[in-house]
Design a binder for this molecule. Structure first.
Ligand code: GLP
Length: 241
């Protein structure tokens, strides 16, 4: 595990963008594993700016998102599909047929199987991750087995509370209680993993991920076994290291 400690959110976003663009430029047909949450927003903005300014092309890039709330249509403004279009895809030249976000509607078991198949057929070149304050990655909550693949998730109360602040105008009753998420085994198969963590609220999770024992209680600690994992943490998130 390589840990890069930077001053703040802006520096973390710039460094992460550099790493992401390096993959895209070296392999214009790369498969990108993408994440939602507030953490990657600035990095996505920098990618959009780079596309506009330098013309970096995404026309042959495929993207695969980590997770989606269950019960929301793709067009729902608080779905992760909508989030990705709004924060990244709408301003890139990516072919929307190459964009994949797990579906949050329909038969959840069939959707999970189909997503696993898709990931098997399209190995991820770089998987971007944020981290939950409880150490979750994607929506793999504490207790999720390390050999899990795309599955249905019952969200923890703490995650529902964290995410209410971000996506639902603070109205906790609007936050779905279930989601579909890539499993930890899917994430571990990515050639490269890039995790960004910013703010003091992530300090305990980052400590557990980097220095704690490998345990399902901190799902991100599975990454200790990944052969090419970079963590970019700002000083606040790294303060317990
Ligand atoms: C959600 C997402 C995760 C994300 C986490 C942290 O739970 N499913 O992929 O890492 O939020 O979000 P934030 O970056 O807003 O702290």
């Amino acid at each position: 595990m390589k840990v890069i400690i930077v001053k703040d959110y802006e520096e973390a976003s710039q460094k992460a963008c550099e790493i992401m663009l390096d993959v895209v430029k070296n392999n214009p047909k790369a498969n990108l594993g993408l994440a939602t949450g507030s953490t990657p927003i600035r990095m996505y903005e920098l990618m959009r700016e780079d596309h506009k300014k330098n013309g970096t092309s995404y026309k042959d890039i495929k993207s695969f998102n980590l997770d989606e709330y269950f019960g929301l249509d793709q067009s729902h403004p608080q779905s992760y599909h909508y989030f990705m279009c709004h924060n990244l895809f709408d301003e890139l030249d990516i072919d929307m047929n190459n964009v994949h976000v797990p579906k949050g509607k329909g038969n959840i078991d069939e959707e999970c199987d189909a997503y696993n198949k898709l990931l098997e057929e399209n190995p991820i070149d770089i998987q971007l991750l944020g981290i939950g304050s409880n150490g979750h990655i994607g929506f793999n909550e504490p207790g999720t087995p390390f050999d899990s693949v795309t599955h249905k998730v019952e969200l923890k109360q703490s995650t529902i509370e964290d995410n209410a602040r971000l996506f639902f105008n603070g109205k906790i009753e609007d936050v779905p209680t279930q989601a579909v998420s890539m499993g930890i085994a899917n994430i571990m198969k990515a050639k490269k993993v890039l995790l960004i963590a910013c703010g003091e609220g992530k300090a305990k999770a980052i400590y557990g991920t980097v220095e704690g024992p490998k345990t399902v209680d901190i799902p991100a600690s599975a990454l200790q076994d990944h052969p090419d994992c970079t963590i970019i943490a700002d000083e606040a998130a790294a303060k317990l290291l």
